[in-house]
Design a protein around this ligand. Structure first.
Ligand SMILES: [Zn+2]
Ligand SMILES: [Zn+2]
Length: 672
């Protein structure tokens, strides 16, 4: 009322006389200072007083105080001009921030520091008189120089902030699990590291660190430098969908172990294969013949992995990956095939790293948590503790192809389990490492999808992952991997990884899951009846009453024999079967390798192109008889293919071996 009368007398606004609440009302709805607006402010103030407590009103007031330009609120001013949190301010600094809003246009922090200091000291004296602070405190504050200058706000975990802000737009405070030091170190390591990779035209990297205990994300670096516009630094590499290469293989083998199909020493065949026209190859385009599951995983062999998945159910594998948080795969389901296990799909770094936490947590998966106070999820079992142990045990091995050649700090390489991935065409290099405490996922590559011949998981991602891991725990224990109670050990034949038979002399110790792992006996040799000269073999139907011998012959699968023939690797062949034998054999199916069943073949007119006739036959087969459209075409040895030029249209190709086993395929031939 006093101000009102004064203002009426003067004919203009000369006195403010607003309460804090009224000032807040004006800051919330800035209007011209007129009498009408004054009444509106008073009305708003009454509303505010009804709805909020005095503390809340004061807090809102502090948050809106003007500090010149676009700076609003005590906290912003404290961070921008004094570079620290309000709680860490000195009495002199508090006094400074309190007086600026009186006239933010006159007291410009960083520019008018001298005037502000004088004004501050005047107020400090008033505080002293009012007895607000002790005289010692005031005299200390009076001598404190004012060191205010404008600087940018501190920025950390840019990409995560953007991501969370997009999701929780209207939440004033978001509490993450980011560990300030880990985050800062991770960002620094990536920035330094990528400088070296730039020579190879690899300009970006992303990393995420998950603490396994509570699945919290403690570090999140989306790119090497957020402000590097030239290399799309604002793109979030942790959240980008990229091809994972071989990084999904361990989960398929874990599943195969739980289905009882394999154990670490089970022998797989790394030989040329054809899945309806899809011919996977290893990174070095070589075939190794026999390999253990262990070696196939450590050396990331493609053929055994695709063959294994072909024996299992692609959809169950996919369902397991999706249960393990790979939500990106859901949209791609229709286009996924056997190549899924080689990275023929797209996945995000945080999804992949989350999946690996299941291996670190004894087979149980929980989604990574980015913010505190989220409703917790129930752990989901992806595979057994036993399978998880066997896979982790393999992945801690250091005798493997992807130990980087230039790993200058091999001695300090953390004792962890890890796996790399390189996408097709060298676009992405991945590595995920874990022990019982942390899981660290790393991606290297270019956001504009440039490839680089040097870009691969081993050379690019492993050293970065190892560096980040080392900062987390300098001395991690090697025995973090605890042996599960249910897991068993047993001797198996080295030739097959199966339970030894009487003739299996080379045996090795292997893990197995009692009651689950296959207990099939080893059949790496088979007993064969032959004549004394050893050039005719007999079966039970044609075995003579006397004058025969028994002999052990290697029992290779037909695909392995084809491999031996292809590379001219000698092997012991079972003698030709008794030509007088009346029996028709039905075991050991033969598989026609070429032509491929159901495929369309295109032949050029007037050109002498031909199609190869080839099949995988058993060790006891000496001759194959080929038929085209049910007409005899020719006879060949299993190791030497025949060639034929078909006519256009549907063509049936069949073959019979000297034991009466048959097989056929149908193809479509187009002439252009
Ligand atoms: Zn054996
Ligand atoms: Zn016979």
């Amino acid at each position: 009322m006093r101000a009102f009368i004064q203002d009426i007398r003067a004919g203009k606004v000369v006195s403010g006389a607003s309460t804090i609440t009224m000032q807040l009302a004006r800051m919330l709805e800035p209007e011209k200072r007129t009498f009408l607006n004054k009444f509106k402010e008073m009305f708003r103030a009454l509303q505010l007083e009804r709805k909020f407590s005095k503390e809340q009103i004061l807090e809102m007031y502090f948050n809106l105080l003007p500090y010149g330009g676009n700076v609003e609120g005590i906290k912003a001013a404290s961070m921008i001009f004094l570079h620290r949190q309000p709680i860490n301010l000195s009495s002199a600094e508090i006094a400074t921030l309190l007086i600026i809003p009186n006239n933010p246009n006159r007291y410009r922090l960083g520019i008018d520091n001298n005037i502000i200091e004088m004004e501050r000291n005047r107020w400090l004296q008033r505080f002293k008189k009012a007895g607000l602070f002790s005289s010692i405190e005031i005299s200390q504050a009076l001598t404190e120089p004012l060191d205010a200058r404008r600087a940018g706000l501190p920025h950390i975990a840019h990409h995560l902030c953007n991501r969370l802000f997009a999701k929780f737009k209207n939440t004033p405070y978001i509490y993450t699990y980011i560990d300030f030091n880990t985050q800062r170190r991770t960002q620094q390591i990536i920035a330094d590291y990528i400088n070296k990779l730039k020579l190879w035209n690899i300009n970006n990297a992303a990393a995420i660190v998950i603490r396994n205990r509570d699945h919290s994300v403690v570090a999140y670096a989306g790119s090497a430098d957020f402000n590097d516009a030239l290399h799309q630094g604002q793109v979030d590499g942790v959240n980008a969908i990229r091809s994972p290469g071989s990084a999904l293989k361990p989960f398929m083998y874990a599943m195969a172990m739980d289905e009882g199909l394999v154990t670490p020493k089970t022998i797989l065949y790394d030989v040329p294969c054809n899945f309806s026209g899809y011919k996977p190859q290893d990174y070095d385009r070589m075939y190794r013949g026999k390999v253990t599951v262990e070696d196939a995983l450590l050396n990331s062999l493609n053929v055994p992995a695709v063959k294994m998945l072909n024996e299992m159910d692609l959809n169950s594998y996919l369902a397991m990956l999706e249960k393990g948080g790979c939500n990106s795969l859901k949209k791609q389901e229709k286009n996924l095939g056997l190549s899924l296990v080689l990275g023929g799909c797209g996945i995000r770094l945080y999804e992949l790293t989350g999946l690996y936490t299941a291996l670190a947590c004894k087979g149980q998966y929980e989604p990574a948590s980015f913010i505190k106070n989220e409703p917790s999820c129930k752990p989901i079992r992806l595979f057994s503790e036993d399978a998880s142990f066997m896979i982790s045990h393999i992945l801690t091995e250091m005798m493997r192809y992807d130990v980087p050649v230039n790993l200058n700090d091999a001695v300090h390489f953390p004792k962890i389990a890890w796996k790399t991935g390189t996408s097709y065409g060298h676009h992405d290099g991945w590595c995920v490492g874990y022990d019982d405490r942390y899981t660290v996922g790393v991606w290297t590559g270019n956001f504009n999808d440039d490839q680089s011949p040097e870009l691969n998981g081993s050379a690019c991602a492993v050293p970065l992952m190892a560096q980040i891991f080392t900062t987390l725990s300098v001395y991690n224990e090697f025995n973090w991997l605890s042996f599960p109670k249910g897991l068993g050990t047993r001797w198996v034949c080295e030739e097959t990884g199966k339970i030894p038979d009487t003739w299996c002399t080379n045996q090795v110790m292997d893990y197995y899951i009692p009651g689950v792992s296959s207990s099939a006996k080893c059949n790496h040799l088979e007993m064969v009846y032959t004549n004394p000269e050893g050039n005719i073999s007999y079966c039970r139907s044609c075995l003579p009453k006397s004058g025969y011998c028994t002999k052990l012959y290697p029992n290779y699968p037909p695909e392995m024999l084809s491999y031996f023939n292809l590379y001219h690797i000698p092997y012991q062949k079972i003698p030709e079967h008794n030509p007088l034998c009346p029996r028709i054999f039905k075991d050991k199916e033969m598989a026609i390798q070429s032509p491929v069943n159901g495929m369309e073949y295109i032949l050029m007119k007037n050109d002498s192109h031909s199609i190869m006739l080839k099949c995988d036959a058993g060790n006891d087969v000496s001759f194959i008889y080929w038929y085209v459209n049910d007409k005899f075409f020719g006879k060949s040895k299993p190791e030497t293919p025949l060639f034929f030029t078909p006519s256009a249209g549907e063509v049936k190709v069949s073959c019979t071996d000297d034991k009466g086993r048959t097989s056929h395929v149908k193809i479509f031939v187009k002439e252009i």
